[in-house]
Design a protein around this ligand. Structure first.
Ligand code: BTN
Length: 244
């Protein structure tokens, strides 16, 4: 689609990859890039939007996708594919960490300086996956709705500099390509193990709803196994508080 607005997402980057990002579809506006990716069923194709009108996060939450400020994109991937969630978070971290260290906060939030700067949403329809990545790039504090201002951040807020989104997209796609190649070579376990270390949650005391205790392990799906006074409980999703 041609653009009628000035954007640093154009011209689109040409990542040096084997599979992901050889075709990048740009939208000035779409409902959700994950929907585009799920509908396309085109392995490795990337869908990036300047603005999403119905961007979604985990648990049906709305994802704020203001134009010109963030990087909102999804990759269409053919299944079977185990560990896409883990691979995506590691790829985002690795793409940015040479400039500013990002942390992965369980289950798959991207943080810097105690502020959430990004998230991952992997969705599956039949044998096809949409691997959706949202990163707040050039937002100032005032760009977030008041309810998010105290906990949302951006790469620009963390570094004091504006980021070029096309270059960032290119770097992320190159890291995603390398990670998904690993998954497809059967290295799901080692990618998952890397992700477990990156989450840095084993041994922590957490609280979620009525569950309070120490995380002793993660299962194959990335759910937490928590030792509580009444036995081991499994925490699969939701916002947790880290007590210590
Ligand atoms: C979360 O932290 O809850 C996950 C947020 C994922 C947002 C991205 S933006 C691109 C892609 N399209 C969507 O509708 N959601 C993901």
């Amino acid at each position: 689609m041609s653009s009628t607005i000035a954007t640093d997402l154009l011209p689109l980057p040409q990542p040096q990859t084997d599979s992901i990002g050889r075709h990048i579809h740009y939208f000035e506006e779409t409902d959700s890039t994950n929907t585009r990716a799920l509908e396309a069923r085109a392995d490795g194709h990337v869908f990036v939007a300047e603005r999403q009108t119905a961007g979604r996060g985990r648990h049906g939450k709305r994802w704020h996708s203001l134009p010109g400020l963030g990087l909102w994109f999804s990759v269409s991937l053919a299944g079977p594919l185990c560990g896409a969630n883990f691979a995506a978070a590691l790829a985002v971290r690795d793409a940015v960490s040479p400039v500013v260290p990002l942390t992965i906060r369980w289950p798959n939030d991207i943080y810097v300086n105690e502020r959430k700067v990004g998230g991952i949403l992997v969705e599956q329809r039949h044998d096809w996956f949409a691997l959706g990545v949202g990163v707040n790039v050039n937002h100032d504090r005032a760009d977030f709705p008041p309810t998010l201002r105290y906990r949302a951040g951006s790469l620009a807020m963390a570094t004091g500099q504006r980021w070029e989104r096309a270059q960032l997209l290119k770097t992320m796609l190159e890291h995603l390509d390398a990670m998904t190649m690993r998954l497809r070579r059967g290295e799901c376990d080692s990618v998952r193990a890397e992700w477990v270390v990156a989450c840095d949650i084993i041994g922590r005391h957490i609280r979620r709803g009525g569950v309070s205790g120490q995380v002793t392990a993660m299962d194959d799906d990335g759910a937490l196994l928590v030792r509580t006074d009444t036995g081991v409980r499994r925490v699969a999703c939701g916002d947790i508080s880290i007590v210590r």
